[in-house]
Write a protein that binds this ligand. Structure first.
Ligand code: GDP
Ligand code: ZN
Length: 303
């Protein structure tokens, strides 16, 4: 029988170690890194993806397919999804003593992590500054919910964080200015040179992270650095998803009078009752209400 199109098996497997715009660097089994594009307008490839590529020349290739993902961490606005990282086993939300961090952004990162079923920890950087006391107290809420909070001073000592990274593929997320680059440069000495190289190649002229990049820490651990966040859109969530992503709500979900209760102002709402009793923190119910209102507006726009 005449042979059909070339079988998928002839494609070469690889790992996406950097994603910038629609360009990707893919590490193949020999350790070589291949500059890859996608076909057509496809842009649904994320750093950390395992892919199949076809070489198209010396050191260049095309991503033909993406292997099944264990996890996908992404945010989304009204128009589209913004992929952050694939196949990570842990999200590290980086905040700092100074400048003040956005509590709303922390909540949203944690909600995004819960929705994606990826565990999350919070790293409070710049613990050498006097503001650390207040910043750490502001995070007590998350400690009470079961999230690990790690205090560190990336400028001086990364030891407190290191142990939490072993045997994980972690992704660092956070606002710019919190110290993500300092953490990466401390963990991966060759990272600074890499970022400078890519900034030059892209002509951005700034040595900031404009892309996501994966670094190996040891044979069983790696870390993905992602661009600084200003917002974390959660348009991909339904109201029900949102309520489940507030971990402490789960024990009462299903106990409301109405099965489709939105926990906004309905009578006999188990979530609002728990909040009134003090079993759910005010900051959390307010954060949920802000998110739920945003998601309801989004639904109204679609109708
Ligand atoms: P990024 O925008 O999150 O990548 O943040 P950078 O790593 O660029 O850090 C922002 C600023 O915070 C820089 O001026 C760093 O020198 C400073 N910084 C980072 N880590 C620490 C720390 O542990 N202690 C103090 N005092 N400053 C830090
Ligand atoms: Zn309710």
């Amino acid at each position: 029988m005449a042979s059909r199109a070339r079988p998928q098996a002839s494609l070469e497997p690889g790992l996406v170690v950097a994603a910038y715009g629609r360009r990707y660097r893919v590490e193949v089994d020999t350790g070589l890194e291949i500059d890859c594009m996608t076909r057509g307008k496809r842009s649904d490839v994320a750093c950390g993806d395992r892919v199949r590529i076809a070489r198209s020349g010396e050191g260049v290739g095309v991503i033909e397919s993406i292997d099944e993902r264990r996890t996908l961490f992404y945010r989304s606005d009204a128009r589209r999804q913004k992929l952050i990282a694939a196949n990570v086993t842990q999200i590290v939300v980086v905040v700092a003593s100074r400048p003040a961090f956005s509590d709303d952004l922390v909540t949203r990162c944690l909600v995004g992590a819960e929705q994606a079923q990826i565990s999350a920890i919070i790293a409070l950087n710049k613990s050498d500054l006097p503001e650390v006391t207040d910043a750490s107290a502001a995070l007590d809420l998350y400690r009470a919910l079961g999230y690990t909070v790690v205090l560190l001073s990336a400028k001086h000592d990364l030891t407190p964080l290191r142990g939490h990274l072993s045997n994980h593929t972690s992704v660092l997320v956070g606002q710019s200015g919190m110290g993500k680059s300092t953490i990466i440069n401390g963990l991966v000495p060759q990272a600074a040179a890499r970022v400078a190289e890519i900034s030059a190649a892209l002509g951005t002229g700034r040595h900031t992270t404009t892309h996501a990049e994966l670094y190996r820490l040891d044979p069983d651990s790696s870390i993905i650095d992602s661009p600084g966040l200003q917002e974390f859109g959660l348009h991909h969530l339904t109201l029900d998803d949102a309520a489940h992503a507030f971990v402490e709500f789960r024990q009462w979900l299903g106990d409301c009078r109405f099965r489709n209760c939105r926990h906004m102002s309905e009578p006999d709402c188990a979530i609002l009752s728990a909040a009134a009793r003090g079993d759910i923190a005010q900051r959390r119910i307010h954060a949920y209400h802000r998110l739920a209102e945003e998601l309801s507006r989004k639904r109204a726009e679609w109708q």
